[in-house]
Design a protein around this ligand. Structure first.
Ligand SMILES: Nc1ncnc2c1ncn2[C@@H]1O[C@H](COP(=O)(O)OP(=O)(O)OP(=O)(O)O)[C@@H](O)[C@H]1O
Length: 194
């Protein structure tokens, strides 16, 4: 896997089964975001392959919100794009019901993040691939998120998450990406000198 053409991770392989959560660990710059983006299909791997991309719902550092639409309109939009998830249930799960008519652009950082995460529910997609999903969330909202993940796993979903905080998901497997740091590679034009 690479960023900007520079290899970041190599030799990394795992299978994520239905009902499983996998938490990516590793220091800043170790390649968690690169791995997440590759698995979500936002960039191709240098080598190897990712299967099941069509089942992925991705949430990255940006919440992907339409700032000029309100909360319920944002979720209805995504539900329509993905084929009709339950907007009311998604709002209830992330404590957004009282904010339903507020423009997404006027939400606080944590409220925006809750809306971005509620979007996952309305996609109906089974594999959540999440990059630091709890950034900006207060303790209560982290609890809402952990409960949403648990319910998702219990219904046969799966979750891959890069996070620096303990989500209180003892069933989650951990994967430290640090041992998979890519070795520097010779550039093609240097080969004659190897
Ligand atoms: N566009 C780019 N061009 C070149 N290098 C990049 C680019 N984007 C990221 N990198 C580098 O790739 C490496 C992996 O970055 P990545 O964002 O995957 O790390 P991370 O584990 O998610 O870090 P953090 O915990 O800080 O979020 C870092 O050394 C970073 O500087």
């Amino acid at each position: 896997m690479s960023r900007g053409g520079v290899p970041v991770l190599e030799g990394l392989s795992f299978v994520l089964e239905a009902g499983q959560a996998l938490v990516l660990r590793g220091p800043n710059g170790s390649g968690k975001t690169t791995l997440i983006r590759t698995i979500a299909g936002l960039q191709p791997p240098l080598e190897g392959r990712v299967s099941g991309i069509e089942a992925v719902a991705y949430a990255g550092h940006q919440d992907g919100l339409k700032t000029s639409l309100d909360v319920v309109e944002n979720l209805a939009f995504w539900a329509a794009v993905y084929g009709g998830g339950d907007v009311e249930a998604a709002m209830a799960r992330f404590d957004l019901t009282d904010l339903r008519d507020r423009l997404a652009g006027n939400l606080s950082a944590g409220q925006k993040r809750r809306l971005g995460l509620a979007r996952l529910l309305v996609t109906g997609r089974p594999v959540w691939v999440l990059d630091e999903p709890t950034v900006s969330l207060d303790t209560a909202s982290v609890g809402l998120f952990a409960d949403a993940v648990k319910a998702h796993l219990a219904s046969g979903g799966a979750a891959l998450m890069a996070t620096h905080i303990d989500l209180g998901l003892p069933e989650a497997r951990m994967l430290d990406v640090a041992p998979y740091k890519a070795r520097p590679r010779a550039r093609a034009e240097d080969e004659a000198f190897l």
